[in-house]
Design a protein around this ligand. Structure first.
Ligand SMILES: [Zn+2]
Length: 172
């Protein structure tokens, strides 16, 4: 297992006043060994097949810590069960979740990384991980529901944005 991931995890645990237990270390090793996108169930079955005994609750709690430490990212999938994958160092993702159909799309790349870096710098904050989520309506749902969604939801949004754009600059 790359030492860097272990050190990264230890840093988060130390900040949270937690210790690196052998169970936490075993779960991180199993994730690295899997090397693919996984759900809590996938990891649970893979670990049990290799004779490593741990509960789904422990796996779930450890994944939450790994998310906070930036070692894994939640992966965008439309299915009900959350899935995760190992994060590239310094890589951030933004998820857009449609509240109408549940579709989740993922944005990553230089724009998102730059956004996180700029905000962190201006607020003098060192982020270990960033989980950015936009909740809203996808274009397919807007087009499929022209009356209800446009009238009730999109029109107020558009009015809001238009008012922001036409707002005169603050006199200073
Ligand atoms: Zn949708």
């Amino acid at each position: 297992m790359p030492d860097q991931k272990l050190e990264q995890f230890k840093t988060l645990l130390k900040l949270r006043g937690l210790s690196m237990t052998s169970e936490r270390q075993q779960i991180l090793r199993a994730i690295v060994a899997l090397g693919a996108r996984f759900s809590v169930d996938d990891l649970y079955f893979a670990m049990h097949e290799c004779g490593m005994k741990t509960s789904k609750a422990t796996i779930y709690r450890t994944i939450q810590l790994l998310l906070e430490s930036g070692i894994v990212n939640e992966s965008a999938l439309s299915g009900r069960q959350a899935s995760y994958e190992l994060a590239e160092p310094g890589e951030h993702r933004l998820h857009m979740v449609c509240q109408h159909c549940g579709k989740t799309s993922e944005v990553r790349g230089a724009d998102v990384d730059r956004f996180v870096a700029q905000i962190s710098e201006s607020h003098e904050f060192l982020p270990l991980a960033a989980q950015i989520k936009f909740s809203g309506i996808c274009v397919d749902c807007v087009e499929a529901n022209p009356i209800s969604l446009r009238r009730e939801t999109c029109v107020p949004f558009l009015k809001y944005y238009q008012s922001r754009q036409t707002k005169p600059a603050d006199a200073s």
